[in-house]
Ligand binder design. Structure first.
Ligand SMILES: [Zn+2]
Ligand SMILES: [Zn+2]
Length: 172
């Protein structure tokens, strides 16, 4: 039983982080925070993007949680669940960089999945990149991906409603 609660905290945090990432991507990064996200949506030859600052924000969240859970840092004021929240955020960060930076954008490895959920993840995020500018768009999450056919239909609807500028290559 003693291991169960920490494990549940880690799992809940990983899932919760997908919601946090989805909401911040949709409402902050494509809103007032577009200045940091914009270069991720535009072609360039640089190794790093301003958008990577968001990953550093995530790392800072994880480190803060480890500090909050640490008796070395806070003595008897340490709050033990924070350590496991920190581990959950760290795991989410690792999954994010493997899926988003690695699998989708091929920043440090190249493997094109031919089937299954990995293929769907890649397709869904490519469709996130199908819109030009910060308006509209689909698929703001990174580990949960909707059916690409549904995402294409939503892009078509947004284009026809004038809610987004959609690239021709998106196949909508
Ligand atoms: Zn985006
Ligand atoms: Zn991307």
């Amino acid at each position: 039983m003693e291991i169960l609660v920490p494990v549940l905290i880690v799992i809940a945090t990983v899932l919760g982080m997908e919601w946090v990432a989805w909401a911040s991507h949709k409402y902050i990064m494509h809103g007032s925070g577009w200045g940091w996200h914009r270069d991720h949506h535009e072609p360039h030859d640089n190794v790093l993007e301003k958008n990577d600052l968001y990953a550093i924000v995530g790392a800072a969240m994880s480190i803060s949680m480890f500090a909050l859970g640490s008796e070395v840092v806070l003595g008897e004021n340490a709050w033990w669940p924070a350590t496991f929240i920190g581990i959950g955020i760290l795991i989410y960060g690792i999954v994010y960089t493997l899926v988003h930076d690695g699998l989708v954008h091929q920043r440090y490895f190249r493997w094109v999945p031919k089937k299954g959920y990995a293929k769907r993840l890649v397709q869904a995020h490519k469709l996130h990149h199908a819109t030009i500018g910060k308006e509209g768009g689909v698929s703001f999450g990174f580990i949960l991906a909707a059916d690409p056919a549904k995402l294409k239909a939503e892009l078509k609807r947004q284009r026809e409603a004038g809610e987004a500028v959609v690239r021709e290559s998106a196949g909508t």
